[in-house]
Ligand binder design. Structure first.
Ligand code: GLP
Length: 243
C-alpha cells in the first residue's frame, strides 16, 4: 500500500482529486467508482475546478457509486443521488445516463443484478474513491462476522447511524438500511484511493496501516489484499497513530 500524509484535510482531497484526474486524462472512457460522505465533498470541488479550468473532460466517462440509503426518496436532500448531482454531476460535462447511483426505491433484486453486470462488464472501476467509517466500514460494509462480496442490502449499525445523523434533522430520520456494493466489488477495481482525515478515523486507519491482519471486524483491512491501493491521510491521523 502506498501511504501519503498531507498536512490537512484540504490537501488530502486535492491529492485524491489529482489521482482521479490522472485516470480521466489517461483514459477518456474511464469508469470511475465514486463515494459520498463528508470526506469526499472537497474531492469533487477540486475535480469540478479542474474541469472548469479545461483540464478534464468527462464526456465519455462512466461512474458508479458505492451505496445508497434505503427508505428515503431519490430526491431526498440527504440521498446519495442528490449528493452526487449537487456536488459533482451537475457541474461537469458527464452524461447523466452514464452515471449510476444505486436506486433503492424500486425492485432491489433487479438493481443488485444490474450492479453485478455493470461491474463485471467493465472488469471493475478504473479507480475507486473510498472514505472510511469510524468503525472501519467501506461503502456500507459494516463490521460483522460475515461481509458481502457482492452488492446487497445491509443494516447500518448504531455507530454509523449516529455518525451520519449530523446530516439529518434528527437521529430518527437516519435510514437503518442501505444498498451497498460488496467487498469483492470494491476489490475488483484496478486502483483504489482511500482518504481519511480527523482523529475520529484514527482507529480504522491504525487497523489498516499498523496491523498485518485482515478482519471482518474492520472491513477496510480487506484493502491489504489489493495490489494498487493509495491511502491518503492528514497529519493529525499520522501523528495519532505514529507513522
Ligand atoms: C458513509 C458512506 C461511506 C463513507 C463513510 C464515511 O456513511 N457510506 O461511503 O466513506 O460513511 O463517511 P464520512 O466521510 O461522512 O465520514
Amino acid at each position: 500500500m502506498n501511504v501519503i500524509v498531507m498536512k490537512n484535510a484540504d490537501e488530502v482531497c486535492k491529492r485524491a482529486s489529482e489521482l482521479i484526474g490522472n485516470v480521466v486524462k489517461e483514459n477518456k472512457n474511464a469508469f470511475l467508482g465514486l463515494a459520498t460522505g463528508g470526506t469526499a465533498e472537497k474531492v469533487y470541488s477540486y475535480l469540478v475546478e479542474d474541469y472548469k479550468n479545461g483540464n478534464l473532460d468527462f464526456s465519455n466517462c462512466e461512474t458508479i457509486n458505492l451505496d445508497e440509503y434505503i427508505g428515503i426518496s431519490e430526491d431526498h436532500p440527504q440521498s446519495y443521488g442528490t449528493y452526487m448531482n449537487e456536488r459533482f454531476f451537475n457541474h461537469i460535462n458527464i452524461k447523466k445516463e452514464n452515471t449510476y447511483v444505486p436506486v433503492t426505491t424500486g425492485d432491489i433484486q433487479k438493481e443488485l443484478k444490474k450492479i453485478d453486470e455493470m461491474i463485471n462488464s467493465h472488469g471493475g472501476a478504473d479507480i475507486q474513491l473510498l472514505g472510511v467509517g469510524v468503525n472501519g466500514h467501506i461503502a456500507f460494509n459494516e463490521p460483522s462476522e460475515k461481509l458481502n462480496s457482492k452488492a446487497n442490502v445491509v443494516d447500518l449499525n448504531e455507530e454509523t447511524i449516529k455518525a451520519n445523523s449530523r446530516f439529518f434533522n434528527s437521529i430518527d430520520e437516519v435510514p437503518k438500511k442501505a444498498l451497498s456494493l460488496g467487498i469483492g466489488d470494491i476489490l475488483k477495481s484496478k486502483k483504489i484511493v482511500l482518504i481519511a482525515f480527523g482523529k475520529e478515523k484514527k482507529d480504522a486507519i491504525k487497523e489498516l496501516l499498523k496491523n498485518d491482519f485482515i478482519t471482518t471486524n474492520c472491513p477496510c483491512t480487506f484493502l491489504k489484499a489489493h495490489r494498487d491501493v493509495t491511502i491518503i491521510i492528514d497529519k493529525e491521523i499520522s501523528d495519532e497513530i505514529g507513522i
